[in-house]
Design a protein around this ligand. Structure first.
Ligand code: NA7
Length: 547
């Protein structure tokens, strides 16, 4: 059925989401290209994932001086981060600062959740409808919905019968949760759970942590930034930007060109001790082969396991925490502020739910298969997200000829460069599956995608192109490259990782992010554009209109 509106688009572009991606897309398309752009955002404020993630201990694992926009020297120099790793509240303050500085809020419709997006071939327009019953038409549809924004709440029988309160970390109450005097159960020990444990334990009467997969973690060594560092970061905008844009993971440090096997055991211990003392994700950057060679990886893994055993005093708890079944950093590597130390507190218990799984939630708490019941007042689900595809599929996207994204991705996501899906013309997915996305420091890959899309739209306008799509062949070839890049690394070795969709029952097992490195990917995208958008199909104004 054709759209009931006139063929003239109401908007040039509709952007979904007002996090890092949506805010920059609005600025770039509106202020650089002069397009008429509307952003719709489910939350009542800017921040995207940081609008919702307000759980105890929530902070970024990227260092503050790289977890920000780098496109504007002025913005960079006007904002000063207070800590090495910014917490959720400081990130929201930053995003509000940017939104106000660029006057973005006037073009963002808050409290507006998208329920469907439909492409109309006759008019070459997207029609987007919202929960409130509003609808928008736009020539371009751009998603900035984040990769980790759809909460994964496991379907454990009996949750509805629980007489206490329960929360998922990704949709935390804005007013906070008072744990004082409460018996708290936390399910999940990923990056989120590892951040939350020390903070909840400090407040609760008792904290029981339900661990299914033991996890590595390296100290974050978070601390206030010194004045010297702040000045250095302010003055070195161009250099920091150059490094983040050219490295594998978009972080402000490079990976050493040295193999674990190039050093003696003593030198290795020395280097790792220094890296442990320094803390942060840089821990693995001493060597080039940590994620490429299992024998190299084992040496780092053993070092961290020894650290766990030396920190945790109760040998049984230490053994459960150090019983890690996957290579170091092959799942997203957490960093922490006193995580393992927290198990030395009298009010913290670790329950291994791999050996004795959760059977059900009862009115009083959590019952294990063995029959043991742990009584609780509050359950915290730190159980992660339906990553990458989840937020896009929730939009109910329907492309040309009535094909739905849900059907197209039944066997896993298929994209060209993580930017487009064949049969969904003029739809761009910022940090979509098949792009470096979650393997990269997010603001860096977001800026690259937004700038690429902006250039593409400018090119289309300059050349009278009304429609851009890709092909099944391009997606097939790119899918093979995504698989090849992953298989060079140890990443696909972890069968229960959310990179593969394994955390959500029934989700197809496909390695979703592109592991070929951000620097390489950036060059590739630029080359493709320079070759006249190779692998895409561009249709000129008249041809599109004549359809
Ligand atoms: P993650 O990394 O997906 O961690 C979720 C945790 O929850 C993990 O320990 C899971 O165990 C556990 N989990 C999930 N479902 C269950 C059930 N049913 N029973 C027991 N345990 C369960 O999510 P995070 O929020 O920590 O981190 C996501 C990303 O956000 C992070 O990587 C950063 O990029 C920011 P499992 O390992 O699956 O056995």
């Amino acid at each position: 059925m054709p759209l009931d509106t006139a063929a003239t688009p109401t908007l040039d572009a509709l952007v979904i989401g007002a996090g890092f991606a949506g805010m920059y897309a609005l600025h770039s398309l509106r202020d650089r290209l002069g397009l008429k752009v509307q952003v719709v955002e489910a939350g009542d404020g800017v921040g995207g994932t940081w609008y919702w993630n307000r759980y105890p201990g929530a902070r970024c694992d990227s260092e503050s001086h790289s977890y920000c926009y780098a496109f504007s020297k002025e913005i960079w120099q006007e904002w000063t981060w207070s800590q090495r790793y910014p917490d959720h509240a400081e990130i929201r303050r930053y995003m509000n600062f940017v939104a106000d500085k660029l006057d973005l809020k006037k073009d963002i419709r808050f409290g507006t959740r998208v329920t469907s997006c439909r492409y109309d071939e006759a008019t070459n327009l997207w029609r987007v409808t919202t929960e409130k019953g509003e609808s928008f038409t736009a020539r371009f549809l751009i998603t900035g919905v984040g990769c980790l924004s759809t909460a994964n709440i496991p379907k454990i029988p009996g949750l509805e019968s629980f007489q206490g309160d329960w929360y998922h970390t990704g949709t935390w109450p804005h007013e906070g949760v008072d744990f004082t005097g409460k018996r708290v159960g936390q399910i999940g020990t990923g990056s989120t759970g590892i951040q939350a444990v020390p903070v909840i334990a400090a407040e609760a009467k008792h904290l029981t942590v339900f661990q299914r997969t033991a996890n590595y973690s390296v100290p974050a060594r978070n601390a206030p930034l010194s004045d010297e560092f702040k000045t250095w970061a302010r003055e070195n905008w161009a250099e920091i930007r150059r490094v983040t844009q050219s490295t594998v993971n978009g972080h402000p440090f490079t990976i050493d060109d040295r193999s674990v096997h190039d050093v003696t055991d003593e030198e290795l211990r020395d280097l790792l001790e220094k890296a442990w003392t320094k803390g942060g994700l840089q821990f693995r950057a001493n060597f080039k082969d940590v994620l490429l060679d299992e024998t190299a990886n084992v040496k780092l893994a053993d070092f961290v396991k020894d650290k766990i055993r030396s920190i945790v005093k109760d040998p049984e708890t230490a053994a459960k925490l150090a019983d890690i079944d996957h290579p170091y950093a092959a799942k997203r590597p957490p960093i922490d502020s006193g995580y393992f130390e927290t198990y030395n507190r009298d009010n913290v218990t670790l329950v291994d739910v791999r050996s004795d799984p959760i059977a059900r939630i009862t009115p009083k708490g959590i019952q294990l298969h063995s029959g043991k019941e742990i009584e609780l007042d509050i359950i915290v689900f730190a159980t992660g997200f339906d990553a990458m595809t989840g937020p896009l599929l929730k939009l109910n996207i329907e492309g040309a000829g009535g094909k739905t994204l849900a059907k197209e991705w039944e066997a896993g996501p298929k994209t060209y460069l993580g930017l487009q899906v064949a049969g969904f013309p003029n739809l761009f997915t910022i940090t979509g599956p098949g792009s470096p996305s979650v393997l990269c420091n997010m603001p860096v890959c977001i800026e690259q995608h937004v700038e690429w899309i902006t250039d593409c739209l400018a090119h289309m306008r300059a050349n009278g192109v009304a429609k851009i799509d890709t092909t099944e062949a391009s997606m097939k070839e790119w899918g093979e490259e995504v698989e090849r890049a992953a298989n060079v690394t140890l990443l696909p070795k972890v069968k229960h990782s959310w990179y593969l969709g394994a955390n959500v029952p029934g989700k197809p097992r496909v390695f979703m992010p592109y592991a070929g490195g951000m620097g390489h990917y950036r060059k590739l995208c630029a080359e493709i554009a320079a070759k006249g958008y190779e692998g895409f199909v561009l249709e000129r104004e008249r041809a599109a209109a004549a359809e």
